[in-house]
Design a binder for this molecule. Structure first.
Ligand code: NAD
Length: 428
């Protein structure tokens, strides 16, 4: 089967159209929701270190704000396109709606590669972006966050520029700030922990004890590490993880059939989630080709690295033993592979539900920043558990009631909620 190369926005619209049919949405609501409400294209002139001026292209797309202010990251990427930003903004709308937080969907990007920019130049890109966007963003309008290749430092420069323009302190303008500078405790672990809250609920529903399950994970970065930590705490065993090897420019899987030693593995992992191969071998790991994480005889697969990890080429190599696929990454399963998993009856916890712990905690950061009162880590994680668990239960109940695939049920809930908000506001 040859896989089609999708334009991400066309793919997002196609997914939307399928669910709109299932929900029997009227023409006006479809027209409204399959396109962004607003989008902004800006040019950002920056004086470079050598004295020349370079002009960077920047975007902000506000897909829908019927449920509340827009929410979504700002990416720095040399290949950034408006269609990628449009698709991501739409997916943010569905992600916020599925966990029932009062936020809409937005996304931003600047076409640039921070690797080739000095810190001063990066700061100028951040400040220039905000100067162009300061009037169309704000704590009650549209709240940005970090994303691919943007960091808490970038967020602080953006906040500082916003506060210069609008005067006063507005910590709720942006999330992903460092703890102590308006950031929320628990944010680092939120996505990985959120993923395991949903896995725990799925197992409960299937009457399987976590202690009786084993899992294999793609990736060993932020999402994967915290997912593995909590999965171990609830009794599960991970036997295989994989990561990208910077030196060899390829991926490897690391297997220990008795279960990985999480703390030991962390000690030989760099800050990009890359595991030292030689040291892993010394610790007794089998080093396998990168895609072997997916062929393991386990109960749960957790793709937590990147998009298009499960494809029509490799989906048939997934063991019959696998009961659950929990998508920590965004878009790890191609539409063709997804069809196969659906036919095989594998329980899918779809990305925009499974990894919504991150945005939920960003929402908590926004709330704390707006109150200027910060919660302890346990309080944050407790509230996160409540949100993720109720979101999972709502989707699972609909899936059972209507005999739907979990991904379809999750889309029906979120698109249904946004459509209702548009109707209730009298927009359509
Ligand atoms: P990260 O950069 O911390 O880690 C990525 C990991 O994937 C690293 O271990 C890297 O070595 C590995 N990797 C990269 N290419 C690989 C390959 N071909 N095969 C195997 N492993 C490979 O990133 P992260 O923050 O953990 O994010 C992972 C995914 O989760 C991304 O899709 C991201 O968009 C999504 N996500 C992250 C968050 C968050 O809060 N961090 C929230 C929602 C979604």
């Amino acid at each position: 089967m040859v896989e089609k190369a999708y334009n991400p926005f066309e793919m997002a619209q196609k997914q939307f159209d399928t669910v709109a049919d299932m929900l029997e949405l009227d023409t006006a609501t479809r027209e409204l929701l399959r396109n962004p409400l607003r989008e902004y294209h800006v040019s950002i002139p920056v004086r470079m270190d050598d004295g020349s001026v370079r002009v960077f292209r920047g975007f902000r797309v506000q897909h829908n704000d019927a449920l509340g202010p827009g929410k979504g990251g700002i990416r720095f990427h040399p290949m950034e396109t408006i269609d990628t930003v449009r698709a991501l903004a739409m997916w943010m709308t569905w992600k916020c709606a599925v966990v029932d937080i009062p936020l809409g969907g937005a996304k931003g990007g600047v076409v640039c590669d921070p690797h080739n920019l000095s810190m001063r130049e990066q700061e100028q890109v951040c400040r220039g972006y905000i100067r162009q966007m300061a009037n169309i963003m704000g704590p009650l309008i549209d709240v940005p966050a970090p994303d691919v290749m943007t960091t808490p430092q970038h967020m602080l420069w953006m906040l500082d520029e916003y506060e210069k323009i609008h005067q006063g302190k507005h910590p709720g303008f942006i999330t992903g700030k460092p703890v102590g500078m308006g950031g929320s405790k628990g944010r680092t672990e939120a996505t990985g922990y959120g993923l395991i809250f949903t896995v725990r609920e799925a197992l409960k529903d299937m009457n399987i004890r976590p202690e009786d399950t084993i899992a294999s994970v793609q990736g060993f970065g932020n999402v994967a590490q915290y997912a593995i930590q909590l999965y171990h705490q609830i009794g599960g065993k991970v036997i295989c993880v994989s990561c990208w090897d910077q030196e060899d420019q390829t991926a490897y899987a690391f297997r220990k059939v008795d279960g990985i030693d999480f703390e030991g593995l962390l000690k030989i992992t760099d800050r990009f989630g890359g595991i030292d191969k030689k040291k892993a071998e010394e610790q007794g790991y089998e080093i396998l080709p990168g895609d072997e994480w997916l062929t393991q005889e386990v109960d749960i697969l957790m793709p937590c690295a990147l998009e298009n990890a499960i494809t029509s080429e490799n989906v048939d190599r997934i063991s019959d033993k696998v009961k659950i696929v929990a998508e920590g990454a965004n878009g790890p399963t191609t539409p063709e592979a997804d069809k196969v998993l659906k036919e095989r009856g594998i329980f899918m916890i779809p990305d925009f539900l499974a990894n919504a712990g991150g945005v939920t905690c960003s929402y908590f950061e926004q709330v704390q920043s707006n109150m200027n009162y910060y919660w302890e880590r346990d309080e944050v994680l407790g509230k996160l558990d409540v949100k993720m668990t109720s979101a999972f239960i709502a989707v699972n109940e609909l899936a059972k009631k209507r005999k739907l695939y979990m991904r379809d049920a999750a889309y029906m809930i979120s698109i249904g909620r946004v459509a209702r908000a548009c109707r209730d506001r009298g927009w359509v």
